[in-house]
Design a protein around this ligand. Structure first.
Ligand SMILES: [Zn+2]
Length: 355
């Protein structure tokens, strides 16, 4: 029963995605079509992945994998977990992604390249899930109790510090050109600014990552330089620099890590029960939302002080107009979202009176 449902899910996901995508792009406005398409694609992927993982967890799949893998039990458990994620989550989500390709091709007026879409998607999923699997692997292999928890915390810290260093060596990441370097504001001096080439699917985005002194990075996509004027790019880089300078990277790590701690403590047998720690983790994750949202306002404030509030506001307005940032939304989404809405951020920036 579960096996049949798991087998059919990707096909259903593909069909629903094709239909939704063609409905979402029924507008002559290409920017609006792209925004709707991206949103529908993301929502559907989350929905089918959740359904698939629930089905796979409830099925005999992981037990079968655990039994089939030779060697230590930890290895089998990890393989079972990977099987659940790949079969239940990745396969149907990829089907949704592929189902939206024809509509996406109509919007971008470029023929869909399915081979490339699959390769990029799998790379994205690997980058997203590999660190989580590494941490879980360490946890399974480590002794139970507090030493195990310490090992997990150390592994997570090593990944947070080391992954940006690895990413910076990736072929698609380069040093800024002379012209791009001219946009980097004074306040980002000492940080490693790197440009991510996005080629055929340009996404204007920026990210602060890394924790080791001398190895703190600001990643900026090439599309950001193409989308924004020089002053607005400088403001965005200053915003990311602000995340480093005001210790937001560490604050976020601690907020999310602290929220997940009850679940790990319960799984390690240090906390009794399952439900109470799980509830505690959910509550702490909800509480982490406002903290992370505050870091966005604070980084905007940093950018406004070190470049200009007008340029930062212009950057937000342009990115929002391109559908790259959520402009406004319902209360519920705002409550659980990690990013404040652009309207809120622009409002705060307008309070910055340039004297
Ligand atoms: Zn930010």
């Amino acid at each position: 029963m579960h096996a049949t449902a798991l087998g059919v899910l990707p096909a259903v996901a593909y069909a629903v995605s094709r239909l939704t995508a063609s409905l979402a792009t029924r507008t002559p406005d290409r920017t609006l079509a792209a925004t709707r398409l991206r949103r529908a694609n993301r929502l559907l992927q989350v929905a089918v992945a959740l359904a698939g993982v629930a089905l796979a967890t409830d099925s005999l799949l992981d037990d079968a994998v655990v039994a089939a893998v030779p060697g230590p039990t930890a290895l089998g458990v990890l393989a079972g977990l990977a099987g659940t994620v790949v079969v239940g989550g990745v396969a149907p989500a990829l089907a949704v992604h592929l189902g939206s390709r024809p509509a996406w091709a109509a919007v971008t007026r470029a023929a869909p390249d399915y081979g490339r879409a699959v390769r990029r998607y799998l790379l994205f999923v690997t980058v997203l899930t590999a660190p989580a699997f590494a941490v879980v692997g360490v946890w399974l292999a480590a002794p139970s109790g507090l030493p195990g928890l310490a090992a997990v915390a150390l592994a997570a810290l090593a990944l947070a510090a080391g992954l940006p260093v690895l990413a910076a060596r990736h072929a698609g990441v380069r040093e800024p050109t002379e012209r791009e370097r001219a946009c980097v504001p004074e306040c980002a001096r000492g940080l490693r600014v790197r440009v991510v080439d996005t080629s055929r699917s340009p996404v204007a985005n920026a990210l602060a990552a890394g924790a080791l002194p001398g190895y703190r990075y600001v990643f900026v996509t090439d599309a950001l330089f193409a989308t924004l004027d020089d002053d607005a790019v400088a403001a965005v880089v200053a915003h990311e620099a602000g995340h480093h300078r005001r210790a937001h990277v560490a604050v976020r790590f601690l907020a999310v890590g602290g929220a997940l701690a009850p679940v790990f403590l319960a799984a390690g047998g240090i906390l009794p029960g399952v439900l109470a720690p799980a509830v505690a983790s959910v509550v702490l994750l909800l509480a982490a939302g406002p903290v992370v949202r505050w870091t966005e306002f604070d980084a905007d404030d940093y950018a406004a002080r070190h470049t200009s509030p007008v340029a930062m506001e212009r950057a937000l307005a342009t990115l929002a107009a391109r559908g790259l940032l959520a402009e406004d939304r319902g209360r519920l989404v705002g409550l659980v979202s990690l990013h404040p809405s652009v309207d809120d951020r622009r409002g705060r920036l307008q309070d910055h009176n340039p004297h």
